[in-house]
Design a binder for this molecule. Structure first.
Ligand SMILES: C[S@@+](CC[C@H](N)C(=O)[O-])C[C@H]1O[C@@H](n2cnc3c(N)ncnc32)[C@H](O)[C@@H]1O
Length: 397
């Protein structure tokens, strides 16, 4: 199949996942689509859209999906969730309903069940895990994890809630799983036609197009109880205000609360930051031969693209921060790299430093000096993201 022929097929897969396809994802998909055979793009498209093509489509969607997950992923955020959201809800004394949307292989569901149990939740409380991928769900349902994965669980919680790597039976009984594509309506209910107290959708929307993310968040709002809380990952704050949602700013985390109803976890003022020691200027690591034709800006952009590729593959790469700093040393006008660095610093609690990065990114965006990059936000949306980020971290700067 030639490139124009492939395009409608690629677009269909992108639309079914809500994903903004990266160059690497498009290339991987093109290889898979080629296997369908030559010159019959429209027939293939019709098949993928039909009931009979469901398996083939699932296989293609798996090619673009990132399943990276962990038990107790982003502990500071989870601590804030337990203290400021789950415990006040538990105090109401009724069963709670939580939805992990895009639960991958079940680590997030297990984590939420442990947090609920540890907060003393009503025994009929439940967690629903949904995902696009059947294969991920099949693994998720076992709620059983390798010793390597279990290393992330705090020791006392491991002893209390896991036996031989598997979640204990009373907690397992509180889990439900269902295959669900966030691009499809209707969205699931908690029980009968009941709403959820908390919806957790972390590291999913980051891959979505703006339109798909907006529709998904609106879908979540419809399924949240008034006063219920939406949890996104700290790397993917909402870029546009949603009228029914209020941001809860907490130490180390932020959540979104649906207006109306009780309880309203009181927003806690963000803690003051310790002054951060000045950093020595970063030095570019020059490994091997650098092609003479590359300007420092080109090199910086290439490095940044590498960091983006790690992120697109769902890798929490230890070199991410260093990679961004090097990229910015070489190409200081990469506003998107500054924004990403700001997110990393914000997540670590270095709010003043984070604000500095957001502010610098915004300045160059507003002055029209920002370099274009293959970041998933274009410069217009990036400007919006920087402004929002500055509002988030502003109280301490
Ligand atoms: C990177 S994992 C995140 C897992 C977990 N939420 C976490 O933060 O550790 C993203 C998951 O979202 C799922 N996903 C991607 N697009 C989806 C869609 N349109 N509908 C439902 N799930 C989707 C993928 O199959 C994958 O398992």
């Amino acid at each position: 199949m030639n490139a124009p022929e492939l395009e409608p097929l690629l677009q269909f897969v992108a639309q079914r996942t809500g994903t903004h396809l990266s160059r690497q994802q498009r290339e991987r998909l093109a290889v898979e689509l080629e296997k369908l055979g030559p010159g019959r793009a429209l027939l293939h498209l019709a098949r993928l859209q039909s009931r009979e093509g469901a398996l083939e489509l699932a296989r293609l969607l798996a090619v673009v999906s990132v399943h990276k997950t962990d038990l107790f992923r982003d502990e500071p955020q989870l601590q804030a969730l337990e203290t400021h959201v789950l415990r006040p809800l538990v105090a109401l004394g009724r069963p709670l309903s939580v939805w992990s949307a895009g639960c991958s292989t079940g680590e997030e569901v297990a984590t939420l069940l442990v947090l609920l149990a540890d907060a003393g939740a009503h025994p009929e409380s439940s967690v629903l895990g949904t995902d696009l991928s059947d294969a991920a769900l099949a693994q998720a349902k076992r709620l059983s994890f390798s010793p390597e994965v279990l290393k992330r669980v705090p020791r006392e919680l491991l002893a209390r809630y896991f036996r031989e790597g598997t979640l204990i039976a009373p907690l397992m009984a509180r889990a439900r799983f269902a295959q669900h594509n966030l691009m499809d309506r209707p969205y699931p209910f908690a029980s009968a036609d009941g709403p959820f107290d908390v919806i957790v959708c972390r590291n999913v929307l980051i891959y979505f197009t703006a339109e798909a993310a907006r529709a998904t968040v609106n879908g979540f709002v419809e399924r949240l109880r008034p006063g219920g809380v939406l949890v996104l990952s700290t790397a993917e704050p909402l870029l546009e205000p949603v009228p029914e949602l209020t941001t809860l700013r907490l130490p180390g985390a932020f959540f979104y609360q649906r207006d109306g109803g009780a309880p309203a976890p009181a927003p806690v003022p963000v803690v003051a930051q310790k002054p951060v020691a000045p950093r020595p200027p970063p030095r570019p690591a020059i490994t091997g031969e650098v092609p003479v034709v590359l300007t420092p800006e080109d090199e910086g952009r290439k490095l940044f693209e590498l960091v983006l590729e790690w992120a697109a593959n769902g890798e929490d790469h230890p070199e991410t921060e260093a990679g961004l700093r090097k990229a910015l040393y070489l190409a200081p006008q990469l506003a998107s790299a500054r924004y990403l660095l700001g997110l990393i610093l914000e997540r670590r609690g270095a709010l003043a430093d984070a604000a500095g990065e957001y502010r610098r990114a915004l300045l160059m965006l507003e002055a029209g000096r920002a370099m274009a990059s293959s970041f998933f936000l274009n410069n217009e949306r990036l400007k919006q993201a920087c402004k929002l980020a500055l509002k988030r971290v502003a109280p301490v700067t």
